[in-house]
Design a protein around this ligand. Structure first.
Ligand SMILES: Nc1ncnc2c1ncn2[C@@H]1O[C@H](COP(=O)(O)OP(=O)(O)OP(=O)(O)O)[C@@H](O)[C@H]1O
Ligand SMILES: [Mg+2]
Length: 277
């Protein structure tokens, strides 16, 4: 049996047993960059904002990148609590988990209640080293038991923990950019998704920074999808950078831009395949 299938098998008979046994009132949407720098964190933040703006459920953004926790940076935040504070607690319940969220409000009028909770790894490298092995998966499993939507900015290093986290996801967004190396990376991930037996509507490939003149890579990508749907988010350098400088999701700051329309399409696709929670 190949290693990915073996990891999935082991994961589903151990850590995930309790998660799968629960009555599902939540959804987990994983965002995975096919390779470095393709825009996975940017898309995670904006997708969390889309869920918060357009649904009535509680929304969390879970940054699972211990090595490089960028969500807080792009939101211009120094969170008061980190995932390490949660990992260190012996008993965790919904109230404690909710209290540890860094609240990201999406309108000036905070009373309107449009916000999502950011869960970030510690920003200091020495604290990241202290993060107990396996606890990202444990915390994500616990968050899946809470009502609402969890958007997970997934790490890219293939490991047993990543396979188990992918297994917890109701849908996965694979972020690709129009370059030869990103295309090669996407092909490798498609194989892994097939080994994990993801259904075709569970994986959405997003071509970020699309719209360049060179159409060959987009054509190749369309041919390699093997049934997984493809959505596009256009290149929008100024929109993304100026939103990051302010620490506001671009979807909120520039709702009419093509970038925001692309994000809204991803959100709508997620909604169409998973029931409202
Ligand atoms: N559609 C886009 N158009 C232009 N710039 C973008 C777009 N999406 C993201 N960016 C920019 O690309 C840079 C990298 O984005 P981001 O940090 O989200 O990538 P990542 O895949 O999470 O990277 P890493 O592999 O380091 O985690 C950021 O400066 C971001 O503003
Ligand atoms: Mg990132």
């Amino acid at each position: 049996m190949n290693a990915v299938k073996l990891f999935k098998k082991n994961a589903s008979t151990t850590e995930l047993k309790s998660a799968s046994a629960i009555e599902k009132s939540s959804r987990v949407v994983g965002v995975l960059g096919a390779k470095g720098g393709v825009g996975a964190t940017t898309i995670s933040i904006n997708l969390a904002a889309a869920f918060a703006l357009h649904t009535h459920s509680r929304v969390a953004l879970f940054d699972a990148n211990l090595q490089q926790p960028d969500a807080a940076c792009l939101l211009n935040r120094l969170p008061r609590y980190s995932l390490l504070d949660l990992a260190r607690r012996s008993a965790l319940d919904g109230e404690i988990i909710a209290a540890c969220a860094e609240q990201i409000y999406l309108d000036n009028n905070k009373s309107a209640g449009k916000m999502f909770g950011l869960y970030s790894p510690p920003l200091e490298a020495n604290l990241a080293l202290q993060f107990p092995s396996g606890d990202l998966l444990r915390l994500l499993s616990l968050m899946k038991k809470q009502d609402g939507t969890v958007v997970v900015d997934l790490p890219r290093t293939i490991s047993r923990e990543l396979v188990s986290m992918l297994d917890l996801c109701d849908s996965v967004i694979l972020v690709v950019e129009p370059t030869v190396t990103a295309l090669a990376a996407a092909r490798r991930w498609f194989e892994i998704f097939k080994d994990l037996e993801f259904e075709s509507d569970q994986v959405i490939t997003v071509l970020n920074r699309s719209g360049g003149k060179l159409k060959e890579i987009e054509k190749q990508l369309s041919m390699d999808l093997g049934g997984f749907p493809l959505l596009r988010v256009p290149n929008a350098y100024e929109v993304c950078e100026s939103a990051s400088i302010e620490g506001v999701p671009a979807l909120v700051k520039y709702p009419r831009q093509g970038f925001s329309k692309g994000i809204t399409e991803i959100f709508q696709f997620c909604q169409s395949v998973v029931r409202e929670v």
